[in-house]
Design a protein around this ligand. Structure first.
Ligand SMILES: [Zn+2]
Length: 305
């Protein structure tokens, strides 16, 4: 399988004509190769044209602390939380999105593709809420899961799988891979593969590095092992607790055909992703109105418009 390493920062979606079964999203880590690697807690924004986009939090903003850390009490709390249903009227009818303001009540023909992605889960609180919304809108998404979360919440991973979403590897414990040895990286990835496989019987080649942090050798090692490194084109910054309207606005402005939108289903500022849950239906409605069909990452580029 031919893999091209590109020299610019643009995320390139290679279509099915280039690659066999799945779309491989490759990106060049120009930034990581020319600067100091990201430190833990930093969250790189790789979208090329974000400099002056309103609502984009500057890069020094930290990634949500990974609250699933072994030293954190988050897990203990979340294990007792029931699968929360979105009971506060988050329906398309009662909470019209920006799209509805256009007065366009008819269905818009989807001519473009976008992939919604949710990182850091599964958990027992937000991931089920995300799944409920996706089910309600009949949208398929892609979840990049953390191995330890899989072990703690296998039932939720199974639900993700059973409901037709794609699943990728997001390391065992949300490690910054650039801080680890090749052996440690392999362990992070392999243990997560195994945890996923144990629950759903298989694992996909998709890997998303925590914080998007990789360097040339990590990239080389992963791709030569047949892994598909998946980044994103739109960072909603949901982990900062950004207002839902701002997230929808940002997604709407920045999404292009073939885009990949980054959100989270676990973690977030102070462990909260309530704004993600609030934004998601609005974002789906708005992007639908903008002519987008929602596909999983492996489906991106497969069906031509
Ligand atoms: Zn993450």
């Amino acid at each position: 399988m031919a893999i091209r390493i590109l020299s610019d920062r643009k995320l390139v979606v290679l279509g099915a004509s280039l690659l066999s079964a799945t779309t491989i999203v490759m990106f060049s880590l120009h930034a990581a190769e020319t600067r100091q690697p990201l430190s833990a807690g930093q969250h790189e924004t790789r979208t090329p044209n974000n400099a002056s986009v309103p609502g984009v939090v500057p890069e020094q903003a930290t990634h949500a602390k990974y609250t699933g850390d072994p030293k954190s009490s988050q897990e203990a709390g979340s294990t007792t939380a029931p699968a929360v249903q979105p009971t506060d009227g988050r329906t398309p009818e009662s909470k019209p999105g920006a799209a509805a303001q256009q007065g366009n009540s008819g269905a818009v023909k989807a001519t473009k593709q976008v992939a919604l992605t949710f990182d850091d889960g599964p958990d027992s609180k937000y991931t089920p809420m995300v799944l409920d919304i996706l089910k309600q809108y009949e949208v398929k998404a892609t979840f990049f899961v953390v191995g330890r979360q899989v072990v703690n919440h296998p039932d939720v991973l199974k639900r993700i799988h059973d409901e037709g979403h794609s699943i990728g590897n997001h390391s065992w414990d949300h490690a910054n891979l650039t801080k680890l040895s090749p052996n440690q990286i392999q362990k992070e990835i392999k243990s997560t593969d195994e945890a996923i496989e144990k629950v759903i019987g298989s694992y996909s080649p998709m890997v998303r590095a925590p914080y998007g942090a990789v360097n040339a050798s990590i990239k080389r090692n992963l791709t030569s092992a047949g892994r598909e490194l998946v980044n994103w084109t739109v960072d909603t910054k949901d982990w900062t607790g950004a207002a839902s309207a701002d997230m929808v606005e940002l997604a709407r402005k920045r999404t292009k055909n073939g885009g990949i939108i980054l959100m989270h289903s676990f973690g977030g500022k102070n462990g909260k992703l309530d704004n993600t849950i609030e934004a998601l239906p609005l974002m789906i409605e708005a992007l639908k109105q903008d002519g987008y069909a929602f596909v999983t990452v492996p489906e991106l580029g497969v069906k031509k418009e």
